[in-house]
Write a protein that binds this ligand. Structure first.
Ligand code: ADP
Ligand code: ZN
Length: 217
């Protein structure tokens, strides 16, 4: 299966990806995760990306397109397809992906557009905490879904952290970037007859049910 999930930062894309990747046995590819890993390992790519991410700006297209292509060329994606999370984020990224897939002779099956109002996104983002264990990456919300013990992951016992870009100022900036640069993809994929919009629900299980029904179509 080849899927893209679109949605504003903090719309809950990451949480949906967790069950989709498990149930459909498809590799979850998050360009944000790949970039953060490079930053924490201090790679050249990480050094180039860091200042953009910290400001809530987009990392230049050439950089992310290269890392995405490299990832899609790995065996697991050739075999099982992919679930793209956080890519594409601009029309030119979407066009580069089209070209890559065309050369590979494969097609996108569906684009899920997860819609959540800005006010809700803001409230969620500043309350978001993530497990630092890269094998786990469980996501908590101090308002709706707090961990049993403060600062500790229920699942694996690792520490939780707040992403540096999850503060009010940066979230506002990321939302603006989303509306300006990424939202045009809704029309791009609608025209290709690939888009399905799902309205994000208050209870994550309700959103899961809606996405499940859409993927079963
Ligand atoms: P969120 O969806 O919550 O904003 P991500 O983890 O997807 O978080 O991305 C975090 C940051 O990484 C973005 O704000 C941006 O700076 C950078 N980034 C991730 N994916 C891309 C991409 N496809 N193009 C440009 N920048 C990206
Ligand atoms: Zn954990």
């Amino acid at each position: 299966m080849r899927l893209i999930i679109l949605g504003a930062p903090g719309s809950g894309k990451g949480s949906q990806c967790k069950w989709i990747t498990r149930d459909y046995d498809v590799p979850h590819i998050s360009t944000g995760d790949i970039l953060r890993k490079n930053i924490s390992e201090g790679t050249v790519l990480g050094q180039k990306a860091k200042s953009y991410i910290d400001q809530g700006a987009l990392v230049p297209d050439e950089l992310v397109i290269d890392i995405l292509k490299a990832r899609l060329n790995e065996e697991d994606c050739k075999e099982k397809g992919f679930l793209l999370d956080g890519f594409p984020r601009t029309i030119s990224q979407a066009e580069a992906l089209e070209e890559f897939l065309e050369d590979a002779g494969v097609k996108i099956d569906k684009v899920i557009n997860l819609h959540v109002p800005d006010e809700e996104i803001m409230a969620r983002a500043i309350n978001r905490r993530t497990c630092e264990n890269s094998e786990c990456k469980e996501i908590y919300n101090l308002r709706d879904n707090p961990p049993k013990v403060e600062g500790i992951c229920d699942k694996c016992g690792s520490n939780l952290f707040q992403r540096a870009d999850d503060n009010e100022e940066t979230v506002k900036n990321r939302l603006m970037v989303y509306h300006n640069q990424t939202e045009p993809l809704i029309e791009f994929y609608t025209k290709k007859n690939l888009l399905a919009t799902i309205i994000g629900q208050e209870d994550i299980n309700d959103t899961i049910a809606l996405v499940k029904a859409e993927l079963a179509k």
